[in-house]
Design a protein around this ligand. Structure first.
Ligand SMILES: [Zn+2]
Length: 311
């Protein structure tokens, strides 16, 4: 049975007050966290064709390339690092942007979208979750904080696919189906190596990537994006934070807290008990990797899991 290789990419850091992501929190504590991206390499079992996918692009290398409204917000997120960015991190292992077939976004907050225009090769396709295009165009609005700024021209329309609604029934290439304890997943290569998993709550179109990295024992890595910003939310030791900003606005990292909690409960269950796939004797292990997990980043650096190293 086929597997994929998964490689962490260093794509910048931001600093967030702890009270914005967990409650109870230390009122003055701040965390400088990575905004991780990943390279996934898939070889077709029959044709031997190699496909390279990047999940998220992290921070934009030049903050001046962000819209003005976001630059104001970023003034409150320092220290920030943007070097290396995704282009430099890919180059560290000998790859260029032209080697990438797909860019898949967990969601389209500024700290995950990088600078898509770097990926200008006509062969490179973008994949986003359902609802993302309405968010980018401004048709859908959530006034939950200064970070909720989106760019209508972020993605090239002729090379971007928005996934169908997760409750939609039949679709040719991208059909949502149950996968063990995940109610909605898309088998991207139709060989059980990479699943796009619906992970609602953080932002419309928020998706995770479940990648099979080993057969014996069966093991998946779940790239969980911003399902949460702190492992203590996964384990239930803390709750999701909300706050009121200086203008009196109600703020939260997540647009839909109940959905976020369901997503977190599913991820936590998968990490504890694994997922039982059809035809397998025992559950496959699942390692959850959050985009902003600073402790995971530190250990992954020590263990050489950053490209050209692998998870
Ligand atoms: Zn984020």
């Amino acid at each position: 049975m086929n597997t994929v290789s998964v490689h962490a990419l260093s794509t910048g850091h931001i600093t967030i007050p702890e009270r914005f992501f967990v409650t109870p929190a230390d009122p003055v504590a701040k965390r400088t966290v990575p905004s991780l991206s990943f390279l996934i390499q898939h070889t077709d079992g029959e044709t031997g064709k190699l496909t390279r996918l990047v999940f998220d692009l992290g921070m934009r290398r030049d903050l001046n390339l962000y819209p003005t409204a976001l630059r104001d917000h970023l003034a409150s997120r320092g220290p920030i690092s943007t070097h290396p960015d995704v282009v430099a991190s890919l180059a560290a292992g000998g790859l260029g942007v032209d080697d990438i077939d797909y860019v898949v976004f967990s969601h389209v907050h500024y700290d995950h979208v990088g600078f898509p225009r770097d990926f200008s090769n006509p062969k490179t396709k973008f994949i986003v979750g359902h609802g993302v295009l309405d968010l980018l165009s401004g048709k859908t609005q959530h006034d939950l904080g200064k970070h909720m700024v989106f760019e209508p021209d972020l993605l090239p329309s002729d090379r971007t696919t928005e996934l169908p609604p997760p409750n939609a029934e039949h679709h040719d290439r991208f059909s949502w189906e149950r996968l063990a304890s995940f109610p909605q997943a898309i088998d991207l290569f139709k060989d059980g190596t990479v699943y796009i998993v619906n992970a609602p709550g953080h932002l419309p179109g928020h998706i995770n990537l479940l990648c099979k990295t080993s057969n014996q024992p069966a093991k998946f890595v779940c790239l969980a994006g911003d399902a949460c910003h702190d492992v203590r939310l996964l384990t239930g030791e803390r709750d999701i934070a909300t706050w009121t900003d200086e203008t009196g606005r109600h703020c939260c990292m997540h647009v839909d807290i109940p959905s976020s909690k369901e997503t977190l409960a599913r991820l936590h269950a998968a990490s504890k008990h694994g997922i039982q796939l059809e035809g397998e004797d025992s559950p496959a292990q699942v390692e959850i990797v959050l985009a902003h997990d600073w402790a995971w980043e530190r250990e992954a650096k020590q263990k050489g899991k950053f490209w050209p190293g692998r998870l």
